[in-house]
Design a protein. Structure first.
Length: 130
């Protein structure tokens, strides 16, 4: 049993979140194609998945958000949901459900923010709709 969430904190101009690392490429740890466009995306492209509440039933699909951390900002396209309501099943690679405050990002986002690779994993950020 894992904790699940149906909501996320309200989005402001400076929403606090935790940046996590994901591969949206075919064969990457993100699983199947992205929900927004049924496509895979290169690790060199700044794309993200948002926790279920922020994903908002796909309302942010293919829109950009601005992520800020480490004194830098980057725009990234929302292409997927980091499911906060389901987990521990085949579709989710038997991973626990996503917390409600996650921006799950490609390597390109981490690189653009200038975060040293040794710090990749969980990193406190802020974000807003672009």
């Amino acid at each position: 049993m894992y904790t699940t969430y149906k909501c996320s904190p309200p989005v402001t101009g400076n929403t606090k979140a935790v940046l996590t690392l994901n591969s949206f490429q075919k064969g990457g740890d993100g699983g199947g194609p992205s929900q927004c466009d049924n496509q895979y995306h290169s690790d060199d492209t700044p794309v993200v998945a948002l926790s279920t509440g922020w994903y908002s039933g796909g309302d942010r699909c293919l829109n950009y958000i601005t992520i800020s951390a480490n004194g830098r900002s980057v725009k990234a396209k929302v292409v997927d949901e980091c499911d906060s309501t389901m987990g521990c099943d085949d579709e989710h690679d038997y991973q626990p459900s996503c917390p409600n405050n996650i921006v799950d990002a490609s390597k390109a986002v981490w690189k653009a923010l200038g975060i040293p690779e040794g710090d990749w994993g969980d990193y406190e950020i802020t974000w807003s709709d672009a």
